[in-house]
Design a protein around this ligand. Structure first.
Ligand SMILES: NC(=O)c1ccc[n+]([C@@H]2O[C@H](COP(=O)([O-])OP(=O)(O)OC[C@H]3O[C@@H](n4cnc5c(N)ncnc54)[C@H](O)[C@@H]3O)[C@@H](O)[C@H]2O)c1
Length: 267
């Protein structure tokens, strides 16, 4: 999608962190942006910030685990700005605990947001994009944790492996269509993902491990600025790149995993 100005984007989890940075970067390109988030007040604050800077934006309450909530948010966006051309399936949560500390509630929560949130976004926006027929682009946010295993984060890492798998399968189906697709795999980014996820954790997601949570939170402080992830996301939308890496140096860990698998298969 070479020309971004004049398009409309819908960014889930756009009220904070990477999603907010993507919303800001797209707005700076002249894209009208809907900031869709569980945290409606924070989404509206981001929209107010963008509007004050002379951009066109909308803060909408949206829970990606609920299809009717996504449908409502799409209808609101469509009536404000017209058809949506760019969908960023970015909303996500993280939990850190060794497998044996996790509960069924942890798995349902993390997979509900990180995997079913992406599935719901695709199933609601793909028909919309097919119907309006204009050039469109979808970005699914996975993680480097979806390309190789990350210790003490089995729920998160497995959910991101699922996003990688579903996005690579979808790429086969979208080949040759006017709908571009990007699989965004950031490494560690300095956001409040750990704290925010803890605050949004449902009551039955009880597998909390304080040490692992601390590791996750302290690790994030050493991460890159979300604006750098936004830059590589906008570049990928513009160039039509399928893979977008904000930490290309970490891809060697995926290569090592692939080599381990290949070596095991050789016997
Ligand atoms: N921070 C990192 O190091 C990192 C690395 C790789 C990938 N990611 C991924 O990037 C994405 C954004 O994470 P972030 O670090 O910016 O975190 P963040 O917590 O700053 O932002 C996530 C946003 O998603 C929203 N959200 C959570 N559940 C939702 C739901 N059910 N419906 C709608 N919105 C919901 C939150 O309210 C929040 O605003 C996530 O998918 C995350 O897994 C983050």
């Amino acid at each position: 999608m070479k020309q971004l100005g004049g398009r409309t984007a819908f960014v889930t989890g756009g009220a904070n962190g990477i999603g907010r940075a993507i919303a800001r970067a797209l707005a700076a390109e002249g894209v009208a942006v809907a900031i869709a988030d569980l945290d409606a007040a924070a989404a509206k604050n981001v929209a107010a910030e963008l509007d004050a800077a002379g951009h066109r934006s909308l803060g909408v309450e949206c829970d990606v685990t609920k299809r009717e909530s996504l449908e409502r948010a799409l209808a609101e966006t469509n009536s404000a700005f017209g058809p949506v051309h760019i969908l960023c399936n970015n909303a996500g949560v993280a939990a850190a605990a060794p497998f044996e500390a996790t509960t069924p509630g942890d798995w349902q929560w993390v997979f509900g947001v990180n995997v079913m949130g992406v599935v719901n976004g695709l199933q609601i926006f793909l028909p919309h994009m097919r119907e309006h027929g204009e050039e469109a682009h979808i970005v699914n946010t996975a993680s480097m944790a979806g390309l190789f295993p990350v210790g003490r984060m089995p729920t998160y890492s497995a959910s991101k492996f699922a996003v990688v798998g579903l996005t690579e399968c979808l790429a086969l189906e979208l080949e040759g269509s006017p709908i571009g697709l990007t699989l965004l795999c950031p490494g560690i980014v300095n956001t409040d993902l750990a704290a925010r996820s803890r605050a949004q954790r449902p009551a039955d997601a009880t597998g909390v491990d304080e040490d692992s949570e601390r590791m996750l939170e302290e690790g994030a402080r050493m991460g890159i600025d979300p604006a750098d992830v936004a830059t590589c996301t906008v570049d990928a939308i513009r160039s039509g790149a399928f893979y977008a890496f904000s930490h290309p140096e970490l891809v060697s860990q995926f290569a090592e995993r692939a080599e381990r698998i290949a070596a095991a298969a050789k016997g």
